[in-house]
Structure formats: structure tokens, C-alpha cells
Design a protein. Structure first.
Length: 408
């Protein structure tokens, strides 16, 4: 039985003409066995149940070249009208497949068929006909069966009528006794439902898609909450569309295959990288920022990024556990810790003893005693000329090269 050690989710840019839209798909990879398969999530846009779909799947490599093309049929969808559905079967893929391209060919609904962009009638038809000369014995048997079926139906109806408690009758009695109270309660419920619906609609409608980014907008600013541009080297712009980017929200690049990310920060912006923004980015090797704006990095921002070796965020303030899971990190550049009473080990959590930095550059006002304990650092550069050297701040750096400002 295969054990999938890598699971990646991709959003799919649907064809507007498709009556059944592929919203996203998940790639399951077993690197040891060199096996890969896919699971799809569709949306039935028609107001009719869906029973059958047929679509073409093209498997693409890292350069976008077609590895293999095949036709897939799901003939037991049982998908509800206007709703999502996920076929239970996984599609086996080539191990070299990186992304998929999917094109809908046929879809059968309750009353219509959709075939390559055209609708056909799918109305029910009588396929079988009764014999015109049925025997008397057969007729009697049919009558007995019909009578028996009617008796069972009557028994079921009788059981349903045996209701001990009826909320309808209780409500009717209470309404007769307390009509004014019930009207007030109903008005309050209607108002509450209207307000809740407006809030939910506002939250849902504030997420838009521009240039490969999912944006949660607020006025003229936006937080990036998703990316499906497909590039492995990404430069996050100051503005996406007409919105100034101020945040990489939880899940912004989660599970993507990006290798290098450059964050462009507007000079007058306080930028935030939330926890989970780069979670499970297994290919991420380098992240940097440009611009004079302050960047705040929260805990678990780079959780489970095993390939991350370089971080260059010169204006960043780091929180505890913001580098947890970055065990291969070698070069680290930032401004200071949000809480300067914390130690370097607090950035990495339980994995601190596994960290071996080649070079670390930062600009703190001061650091506490044993700041470097439990983390190996070969070269330390402190850019703040007013750095206050407290007792024991450099414990653990006996064999390291230390530079403070312009002094060695």
C-alpha cells in the first residue's frame, strides 16, 4: 500500500463555457515508489442532478509540455444540483507530472445532456412495452401485487399520523395566547438573520482574484490569501491591481512549489507575514524583501519549509517560533526580535539545536544573556552602532567571528 509523502493542492482556472467546472485538484505523490495520482473537486452549475461526466486530462511536466493525454469517465456521479462533488476514485498519473490541464467533454443531467458545448434533450423515454395479450393468471398476479403494495403504503401513512407531540399545534396555541410576544420574537429573528447574512456576504464578497493572487480587500489595501500563478520564482508586487498589499495572510503560499520569493514592500507600509503564510512550501529555498517598510513575521510563518536555506528580510521583526521547521537555514538577515528579551533559540523552537548558521546579520538594541545558546553561528554581524553589550550576551560565540557596526 503506497504512502503518499507529498500532497499538493492546485486551483484550476475553469473554462467559462463548462457547465461542470473543475474548481481544484490534489496531487498525491509517493516519492519512494515514484507513484502519483490525482483527486478532483467539481462544481455542478446546473439546477439539475448530475449522473455522468467525461473529460480530457493532459499531464504536464515542469516546462508545461504534455506528458500524456487521456479521457476520464465518471458514470456514477450522483451529484446534487448547484453543488460541489468529489469523485471517490483517484486518477493514476505519471510520476513526472507537475500540473494538470482538464477539459470537460460530456455531462449528463436529469433532463439534458451537455456534449462539447451543446445541449441535447435527455428526457425520460419508455423503452419497454407490456404484452398486448397478457394471460389471466398474469393479470390476477398483477392485481394481487398492487393490492399488497397499497396495503403497505396505507400502513406507513397510518404510522406517520401517530404523532404524540406536534410543534405546529403548540405554536398555534401559544400564538393565540401571546400574539404580541410572538410578533416581537419573529421581528427580532428576521432582523438578526438579515444582519448576519449581510456580514457573511460582505466577508465572502471581499475576496477577489487578480493576476494569480487571491486578495482579501479592505478599502485600498489588500491581504494576499492565496497564489496559483504557477511560477517557481515569484516577486510579490507592492500593488496588485489598484490595491496596496500589506499582508501575506495564513495560507498565502501554503503548499505551493515556489523556490524563491521576493516581497516588495511600500515605504509607508507596516507589512505582516502571518503564521502559515509559507507552510509546507517544500521547495522554498530563498525569501527576501526590498523596500523601506517594516515587516513583521509571526510565529510559524515558515512552518515545515525543509529546503529554506536563505532569509534576507533586513527590515523584519521576528516573533517567537517564526522560523520553526527551517532546520536547513544557513544565512539569516533581519532587523530584530519583536521581544528583545527572547533568545535566538526561541525563533526555532524545539529544532534550535539542529540549526547551524553560516552568517547572521541583524540590528538589535541589545540582546539578553545567553542569546546565542543552543544555536551554532559561525559569523555574526550587528549593524546597530549603539548596540549595548550586556554581560554574557556572546556566550556560545567563542569560536565565531563577531562584527559590530564597522568594528571587528
Amino acid at each position: 500500500m503506497s504512502s503518499y509523502n507529498r500532497i499538493e493542492k492546485f486551483k484550476h482556472s475553469k473554462n467559462p463555457s463548462d457547465i461542470v467546472a473543475l474548481k481544484e485538484y490534489i496531487l498525491f505523490t509517493d516519492d519512494r515508489a515514484e507513484e502519483k495520482c490525482a483527486m478532483f473537486k467539481f462544481y455542478n452549475t446546473l439546477n439539475q442532478p448530475l449522473s455522468f461526466i467525461k473529460f480530457e486530462v493532459r499531464q504536464l511536466d515542469g516546462n508545461g509540455e504534455v506528458l500524456e493525454s487521456s479521457t476520464v469517465v465518471y458514470d456514477h456521479c450522483n451529484a446534487e444540483a448547484n453543488g460541489y462533488f468529489v469523485p471517490s476514485a483517484k486518477l493514476k498519473l505519471s510520476y513526472k507530472c507537475v500540473r494538470l490541464a482538464v477539459k470537460l467533454e460530456e455531462a449528463y443531467f436529469d433532463r439534458v445532456k451537455w456534449i462539447k458545448g451543446e445541449f441535447e434533450d435527455n428526457s425520460y423515454k419508455f423503452e419497454n412495452y407490456a404484452s398486448s395479450a397478457a394471460s389471466p393468471a398474469a393479470v390476477r398476479e398483477e392485481v394481487r401485487a398492487a393490492v399488497k403494495a397499497n396495503e403497505k403504503k396505507a400502513e406507513r401513512v397510518k404510522k406517520k399520523k401517530r404523532v404524540v407531540f406536534s410543534s405546529e399545534s403548540v405554536a398555534r396555541k401559544n400564538f393565540a395566547v401571546f400574539p404580541a410576544v410572538w410578533r416581537v420574537i419573529i421581528c427580532i429573528l428576521v432582523i438578526a438573520f438579515t444582519i448576519a447574512s449581510a456580514i457573511i456576504f460582505k466577508q465572502q464578497s471581499s475576496v477577489i482574484y487578480i493576476d494569480g493572487y487571491d486578495l482579501r480587500v479592505s478599502g485600498e489595501t489588500a491581504a494576499i490569501c492565496g497564489y496559483d500563478g504557477g511560477e517557481d520564482k515569484v516577486t510579490v508586487p507592492k500593488r496588485v491591481g489598484k490595491y496596496t498589499v500589506t499582508k501575506l495572510a495564513d495560507g498565502a503560499f501554503k503548499g505551493t512549489r515556489v523556490k524563491e520569493v521576493v516581497i516588495t514592500v511600500s515605504d509607508d507600509v507596516r507589512y505582516v507575514i502571518e503564521g502559515g503564510a509559507f507552510e509546507n512550501c517544500s521547495a522554498l529555498e530563498y525569501i527576501s524583501s526590498v523596500g523601506e517598510g517594516t515587516v513583521t513575521v509571526l510565529g510559524d510563518a515558515f512552518k515545515s519549509c525543509p529546503s529554506l536555506t536563505r532569509i534576507s528580510l533586513p527590515n523584519a521583526q521576528l516573533n517567537s517560533l517564526s522560523l520553526r521547521g527551517c532546520e536547513k537555514l544557513r544565512t539569516l538577515e533581519f532587523d530584530r526580535l519583536i521581544d528583545e528579551r527572547k533568545t535566538l533559540a526561541d525563533l526555532f523552537g524545539a529544532s534550535a539545536e539542529k540549526i547551524s548558521l553560516t552568517r547572521m546579520t541583524f540590528a538589535p538594541n541589545s540582546v539578553p544573556t545567553d542569546f546565542f545558546k543552543d544555536v551554532k553561528v559561525e559569523s555574526v554581524v550587528i549593524l546597530n552602532l549603539n548596540f549595548m553589550e550586556g554581560d554574557g550576551w556572546d556566550n556560545g560565540l567563542e569560536e565565531s567571528e563577531i562584527t559590530i557596526g564597522g568594528r571587528g
